[in-house]
Design a protein around this ligand. Structure first.
Ligand code: SF4
Ligand code: SF4
Length: 439
């Protein structure tokens, strides 16, 4: 299917929206019955192809961004902006949206993690339209709440397939409802200027058809050389990210807003493209440059054993890579809950060594900022054990006093119900020798 993929109209950039579909699967199974040659790529072949594209793209990031800008400006459909950081992006929004309605957001990591907190600070009202698209909203429904409930599609050798659901011609005049749509794109093609999305609900298509002012947010690493590469990247985001989507299927009532009830405006639809860097270019020459290979599929979040319990989950779209990027952008501290189990690296389709990068970022952070006394103490369990042993059995008695447990919970953060080890002066060797001697 990838080889036969063609863009209908190459003259003006279009928006291409992909959705999960059984079309490719049907063709494949029909070919088996019809004894025709129709092969499907295996998971490892898809990963290899994707990594090749991403590594090439990282080398050509600046070149692709320049070409993308040039292609877009040839058609004059969009207002093109460059935003090196969230503050300048907010300035662009303010200058171009005076007096306009609420903002509809898609569920993109870039939009929700890197832009939304600044939108809130600037006083914009924003909603994730994805959640408004859940029909028959029913809070009694059972949803997947943790990673072990996931179906494990790849382990069963089941690969989701994606097909082009909509190809939207932006050159047609349109008038929309009185609201703004801010959409983080999954990929963009420097050659054609086409913008690619992956959608699971119909939120993106509806926003493009209905909003009176649209901002496409293109983070710099998402601009690829051509349509074929962009299509492969978008499909891969779906294939590797499907289970993270399933994990996220929890309706959020506070996000539901009826955009369809807003009135139509008389003004002509405006379309903007904001090319957003937010520190990405600066990563190129650092040990963290592998983060620029990321396609934001969130497969790394899929089986992270601590993912559901990190405090930042409520505030941001969680993935180990997202937390690492936010730390490098100076927004949060190091990811202390990481167990360095390595699952995220195993799951990552482009092989980013996330646990190693998390270590490195943590070391850099504490070298720069210094460590608190609590952290110094907890980072050295051997020293704590020696002190506990030296003062035992007093240390065992003290650490069982409820007031002391409360202090330990408040300051170093050790939960008052967490079982603590008992300290003993007798070493294991002494215990064994005595036991042997006594028969
Ligand atoms: S290494 Fe850390 S971030 Fe990665 S899966 Fe394990 S706990 Fe999660
Ligand atoms: S780091 Fe995470 S989000 Fe990025 S490509 Fe790897 S698995 Fe996907």
């Amino acid at each position: 299917m990838i080889q036969t993929f063609m863009i209908v109209n190459r003259s003006a950039p279009r928006v291409l929206i992909f959705e999960p579909s059984s079309q490719e699967k049907r063709k494949y199974f029909a070919s088996i019955y019809g004894r025709k040659k129709c092969s499907r790529k295996t998971l490892s072949e898809i990963k290899e192809e994707l990594r090749g594209i991403r590594v090439k793209n990282r080398k050509e990031m600046d070149k692709n961004v320049e070409k993308f800008k040039k292609t877009l400006s040839m058609h004059g459909l969009f207002k093109i902006h460059m935003a090196p950081d969230p503050e300048s992006l907010i300035k662009i929004l303010k200058e171009n949206t005076t007096g306009r309605g609420p903002i509809s957001l898609n569920k993109s990591n870039v939009v929700l993690n890197e832009i939304r907190p600044y939108l809130k600070k600037a006083g914009f009202r924003s909603y994730i339209r994805y959640f408004s698209e859940f029909e028959n909203f029913n809070s009694q429904k059972k949803f997947f709440t943790d990673y072990w409930m996931l179906p494990g599609l790849h382990e069963k050798n089941i690969l989701e397939t994606f097909d082009l659901e909509a190809s939207i011609d932006l050159s047609k005049d349109g008038k929309g409802r009185d609201y703004i749509s801010l959409l983080g794109v999954n990929a963009a093609s420097a050659e054609s200027g086409n913008i690619f999305f992956l959608q699971h609900m119909s939120n993106i298509k509806k926003d493009i058809e209905e909003a009176s002012i649209i901002f496409f947010i293109v983070s710099t690493e998402k601009v690829l050389e051509n349509d074929l590469e962009a299509k492969i990247q978008v499909s891969s985001t779906g294939i590797f990210g499907l289970e993270s989507v399933i994990l996220d299927l929890k309706p959020k009532e506070e996000e539901v807003f009826d955009f369809k009830s807003l009135p139509f405006t008389d003004k002509k639809r405006e379309i903007h493209v904001i090319i957003f860097d937010n520190g990405r270019n600066g990563l190129l020459s650092t040990p963290f440059s592998d983060l620029l290979l990321c396609i934001d599929c969130r497969a790394c979040a899929r089986q992270c054993p601590v993912g559901q319990y990190v405090p930042q989950v409520k505030e941001f779209v969680y993935s180990p890579k997202n937390l690492l990027l936010l730390q490098l952008q100076g927004r949060i501290g190091p990811f202390e809950l990481c167990l360095h189990c390595g699952r995220c690296e195993v799951e990552c389709p482009v092989g980013i060594p996330i646990p190693e990068l998390l270590w490195r970022a943590k070391i850099d952070y504490y070298e720069k900022k210094g460590r608190s006394i609590t952290k110094i103490a907890l980072d050295d369990p051997e020293l704590l054990a020696k002190i506990g042993v030296f003062f035992s059995p007093l240390s065992n008695w003290v650490t069982r006093i409820p007031f002391v447990r409360l202090l330990m919970w408040l300051f170093p953060g050790i939960h008052f119900k967490a079982p603590l080890p008992s300290f003993s002066r007798q070493t294991f060797r002494d215990w064994y020798r005595r036991r042997k001697k006594n028969g």
